[in-house]
Design a binder for this molecule. Structure first.
Ligand code: ARG
Length: 462
């Protein structure tokens, strides 16, 4: 039969070309459980407004329960002819309850306020799932930092040797950015905890329904929207979600890029576990960091989802426009992408082996202790401008002779500057360089231990 919701004023059914273009049921079907939950809440306010008897409400709820079970076990599904999930489920309800009762549910609501509400519910659930997966990754990274709490490595800027840092300090930098992502998700959730149900198509309803009750029923802690036009037409909650997921992808890609580099023969800082790396079909010796590469690649896809969505929203006049049907696939994809990526990524990070000897061998290389010479001179009362110059001179001499800073002789030191007494050697080792940076947030073992404690406390709350 004709399942259209607007049959009344139309003489002809939709062309097949229109039906194919219009259909969203193949991607919005995942909203079905939320649609049914919304219908239950809506039935209750219809009853409260005197538009359904108690007996009708009971039968309506029973019909929705049955429909929910049939959706869950796959015995009821939407088809392209249904157009979208909302229409399909109305058909399902009519089939189960008959047209008389089934036809009463649609009073006072529109697919416009429905979809805006259900989409929020779906994304809030998946925001929580993704938040949990981020916490798992943070746990793995914190574990990595704790296990290797005293390992030094070359810290880099411009990918060049800069100053030695603790490996744990570097790893925890990534935990910090993931903490902000998790916080962004929590703050977004609070902002999104407002229900558009009751907004109708755009103007609200004349039937005396209670949007606040629906909001409470559906778990929207902050009640219902204050403006029905905004409730049905705004999608900044989607764009913000897309941004947060893209930012998570970008943060993962920055870890990923380091893993890829650290895993090369030239670096040999880490070895990936067999279960989290892949081989080559032609080169028997290969062991590839595919998870990290896929993380890097998928971050581009997450960015694309965000920019595509923003392009859809740009310049859309109020209120609902059909363009808005394009809002779902990008962020559904962002959820799906992170929900498969994060567990694999966490597995990779939790199981990799750290090559401590290699990292520590390279920690002082590339004259990375030159700053320590300069700062030692400052402590002797030398102005930093001069100290910088002197330390640079030390590097120049070393480069000329092909030696490291600690291989300069006492004679060479005084020749470079009278201030360079043999005591300068106390800072020309990685341990001393690390320990000296003991201010808050620094790379000294004591400061990193404080950071670790703070992050672990944070993770418990999160
Ligand atoms: N499927 C639509 C969407 O996802 C909701 C239906 C609203 N359609 C309409 N003609 N008012 O945005």
């Amino acid at each position: 039969g004709d399942v259209r919701l607007w049959g009344g004023r139309f003489a002809d059914g939709p062309s097949e070309a229109l039906a194919l273009l219009s259909a969203s049921v193949h991607f919005d079907w995942r909203l079905a459980p939320y649609d049914i939950a919304g219908s239950r809440a809506h039935a209750r306010v219809l009853h409260k407004a005197g538009l359904l008897t108690a007996e009708e409400l009971d039968r309506m709820i029973a019909g929705l329960d049955q429909l929910e079970a049939d959706v869950a076990d796959g015995s009821f599904t939407g088809t392209i002819a249904d157009e979208d999930v909302h229409t399909a489920l109305e058909r399902g309800l009519l089939e189960r309850l008959g047209a008389e009762l089934g036809g009463k549910l649609r009073a006072g609501r529109s697919r416009n306020d429905q979809v805006a509400t259900l989409f929020r519910m779906y994304l809030r659930d998946h925001g929580r799932i993704i938040g949990g997966l981020i916490a798992d990754l943070q746990d793995a990274l914190v574990g990595l930092a704790e296990t290797h709490h005293d390992v030094a490595m070359p810290g880099r800027t411009h990918l060049q040797h800069a100053q030695p840092v603790l490996f744990a300090h570097h790893v925890l930098a990534h935990v910090q950015s993931l903490s902000r992502d998790a916080e962004r998700l929590r703050q977004w959730d609070t902002r999104t905890a407002v229900s558009p149900y009751g907004s109708g198509a755009l103007a609200g309803s004349s039937l005396g329904l209670d949007p606040e009750q629906v909001a409470a029923d559906l778990g929207f802690e902050r009640g219902s929207v204050g403006n029905s036009i905004d409730g049905t037409a705004s999608r900044d909650f989607v764009a913000e979600f897309a941004f947060i997921t893209a930012m998570i992808g970008i943060n993962l890609s920055r870890i990923a890029e380091e893993i890829i580099i650290w895993n090369t023969k030239e670096f040999s800082f880490v070895t990936l576990h067999d279960a989290f790396s892949t081989g080559s079909s032609i080169m028997p010796q290969k062991k590839n960091p595919d998870i990290a590469e896929l993380a890097r690649g998928k971050s581009g896809r997450l960015i694309g989802n965000l920019t595509g969505l923003l392009a859809t929203l740009k310049a859309l006049p109020l209120a609902y426009n059909r363009d808005l049907q394009e809002d779902k696939e990008p962020v559904f994809d962002s959820c799906d992408t992170l929900e498969v990526l994060l567990p694999a990524f966490t597995g990779m990070m939790a199981t990799l082996t750290v090559n401590r000897e290699r990292m520590e061998e390279l920690a002082p290389a590339g004259f990375s202790l030159a700053t320590d010479i300069a700062e030692w001179l400052v402590k002797q009362g030398v102005p930093f401008r001069v100290a910088h110059e002197v330390a640079g001179e030390c590097v120049k001499v070393c480069e000329g002779e092909g030696i490291e800073l600690d291989q300069l002789t006492d004679e060479q030191f005084v020749k470079i500057s009278e201030h360079l007494t043999p005591e300068v050697r106390t800072v020309l080792n990685v341990k001393g360089a690390l320990a000296s940076r003991d201010g808050r947030g620094g790379t000294a073992p004591s400061a990193v231990a404080t950071q670790l404690t703070e992050l672990k406390a944070d993770l418990v709350i999160q």
